[in-house]
Ligand binder design. Sequence first.
Ligand SMILES: [Zn+2]
Length: 270
Amino acid sequence: MPELPEVETTVRGLAHVLDGQVIARIETRRADLRRPFPPNLVQALTGARVTSLGRRAKYGLIHTDRDQTMVFHLGMSGRWRIDPDEIGKHDHLVLETGAGRTLALNDARRFGSVDLVDTGALEQWPQFAAMGPEPLGPGLTSAHLAKAFENRFAAVKLLLLDQQIVAGLGNIYVCEALHRAKIHPEREAGKVSRAALNRLVPEIRAVLEEAIRAGGSTLRDYVRPDGELGYFAKDWRVYGREGDPCACGKPVSRVVQGGRSTFFCASCQK
Ligand SMILES: [Zn+2]
């Protein structure tokens, strides 16, 4: 499943091809992904110029000179393909730029989405309105977390996955950041010390930035040789490593919290 770093890498890869370009043609090849494509999508974007690209949480943003932004989410299996040899069965949206490049949004499981939002109203868009700060932005501070966690009995790990507290932080990165910050994932959020939160914030940024860098360095212009953007594997310290030795020598443990696996070291994380 694409997490924030994959979305960031995808956006950077798309920017190489799309930024400043006119959308010469756009075609939807079925009616919907997770929800229907906007009915006016083709009319609204044909002939529009892309002015910049961005990301909010796990959403990619393609801003245009018509003050409208195409917002995409990759869901479980979505990916963009650049200049594919042929348009495939799961290429549900196809864009062509004025420079003759082709971009295909491929989503076999169709949990992704595409929306058209007025650029000036993005912050009020329902999916964004209640979102917490970006983990790589200035809004994520230990003071912000301390306030969000105050008097909360829920496990710190679960609150870090709450999009209203931090936007776009996925399971892998929460597990890795808590391990690096030596915080037990089941600790009551309200009882995590300020010193621990001071360790946690830079570790959240570090795990995300390292993943983005790893993605960027393994992909030429963020594009794999097969033209697909954005997926890469990384060696995690605890994620997916139940029973393997932690750096301290003790085995990595796994528990299920909120229906999802948490990996941690009971020796290092208190
Ligand atoms: Zn350990």
